[in-house]
Design a protein around this ligand. Structure first.
Ligand code: CUA
Length: 320
C-alpha cells in the first residue's frame, strides 16, 4: 500500500504497514496531509490569481470597503471547527486503541541499556537486539531501562514508547505480516545511541512456537554467560583487583576451603546453593556480602549459569 502510493520512486516513502495500528495511523496521516494540501493549494492559488487579476493597471477603479458579513464569518469559523473536532475524535480513538493492550496479549519484558535492547519472554527465552513475536497475536512489551531514557521504536508497527529507569512503561502491537522489521532507539542516550538498533522478527504462530521451544539461538553456556552479565555477577566474580568474590574459573571439581574451616569439592549443587543461599557456604577469605538470587533466576537460568562456570577453563597461575 505505502509503496504503491508513489510507485515511480526508487525508495519507499513510508515504512511497511505491518501492524493493526499501522493502517489506522496512516489513514489519519493521509487525512491530515489531504486537508493541509487542499488548504495550501487553495490559499496559494488564490494569492496568485488575485495578484494577477487585480494587479495595478491604469484606470483601475478604487475598491469599495466591504463591511463584515455574519454568514461568512460563521461559515469560516464553523467549517474548521467541524474539521478539527473530527480530526481530534479520530486521533483520540487511535490513541486509545494504541495505548490499551488487549487483556489476552502475550506479555514480554524489554530492557534498554547503553546501548542495546534486551528482551525476555516469559518462557525464559532471552534475546538481545532482536525480538521474535508471532503474527496475528497482540504482544505487550513491558519496558524499563537500566540507565538512561531510551525509546522503543518500530516504524513498521507505528509504535514508540520510552523506556525509563525505575519505571515500567508498556506498549503493545499486533504484527500482521511475517518479516524482519527495524527496531530503533528513538531517544538520544549517549555516544552509541545511533547504534542501538535491532530488529523485530514477526513469525507465523507455528514457527514462533517452534522458535520459543527450540532455543537453538545459543548454547546453555552462552546463555549462562549472558545471564552472568545480566545479573551483574561479573561485577564481583572477577579475576582482577576489583574482585569482591572468588574468581569462578575452574571452580567445578575443585576443592574449596570455607570460612568455617570445612572443605568441599565444588559441584553443581554447591553452585546452585551459592546462587540461592549465598551465606550457607562462604569461601574462606571472603565476606558474606552476596545477595540471594532466589526468585531472580529460574532453574533453567541456574543450569545455564552452571554450564557457563563449567566452560571457564582453569588457567595457569602466574607468579609466586
Ligand atoms: Cu538508547 Cu538512544
Amino acid at each position: 500500500m505505502s509503496r504503491t502510493l508513489f510507485p515511480f520512486l526508487p525508495f519507499p516513502i513510508f515504512p511497511p504497514q505491518a501492524s493493526t495500528l499501522a493502517t489506522r495511523t496512516d489513514h489519519l496521516l493521509y487525512w491530515l496531509l489531504a486537508m493541509s494540501g487542499v488548504m495550501t493549494v487553495a490559499i496559494a492559488g488564490l494569492i496568485l490569481w488575485f495578484s494577477i487579476r487585480y494587479r495595478r493597471r491604469p484606470g483601475n477603479e478604487v475598491a469599495t470597503q466591504v463591511e463584515g458579513s455574519n454568514r461568512l464569518e460563521i461559515a469560516w469559523t464553523a467549517a474548521p471547527v467541524v474539521l478539527f473536532m473530527l480530526t481530534y475524535a479520530w486521533g483520540a480513538g487511535i490513541y486509545f486503541f494504541a495505548y490499551s493492550a488487549p487483556h489476552d496479549a502475550l506479555e514480554l519484558y524489554g530492557v534498554g541499556k547503553q546501548w542495546m535492547w534486551k528482551f525476555q519472554h516469559l518462557s525464559g527465552q532471552r534475546e538481545i537486539n532482536e525480538l521474535h513475536v508471532p503474527v496475528g497475536r497482540a504482544v505487550k512489551v513491558l519496558l524499563t531501562s537500566q540507565d538512561v531514557i531510551h525509546s522503543f521504536y518500530v516504524p513498521a508497527f507505528r509504535v514508540k514508547q520510552d523506556a525509563i529507569p525505575g519505571r515500567y512503561t508498556e506498549i503493545w502491537f499486533e504484527a500482521t505480516a511475517p518479516g524482519r522489521y527495524h527496531l530503533f532507539c528513538a531517544e538520544y542516550c549517549g555516544t552509541l545511541h545511533s547504534g542501538m538498533i535491532g530488529s523485530v522478527v514477526a513469525m507465523e504462530p507455528a514457527a514462533f512456537e517452534q522458535w520459543l521451544a527450540g532455543g537453538a539461538t545459543a548454547s546453555p553456556a552462552q546463555r549462562g554467560e549472558k545471564l552472568f552479565q545480566d545479573l551483574g555477577c561479573n561485577t564481583c566474580h572477577r579475576s582482577d583487583a576489583l574482585a569482591r568474590a572468588p574468581d569462578l574459573t575452574g571452580l567445578l571439581g575443585r576443592r574449596v576451603r570455607l570460612r568455617d574451616g570445612r572443605t568441599l569439592i565444588a559441584d553443581e549443587a554447591y553452585v546452585r546453593e551459592s546462587i540461592l543461599d549465598p551465606a550457607a557456604k562462604v569461601v574462606d577469605g571472603y565476606e558474606p556480602i552476596m545477595p540471594t538470587f532466589k526468585g531472580l533466576v529460574t532453574e533453567e537460568g541456574i543450569l545455564d549459569l552452571i554450564a557457563y562456570v563449567r566452560s571457564l577453563a582453569p588457567v595457569e597461575k602466574v607468579g609466586p
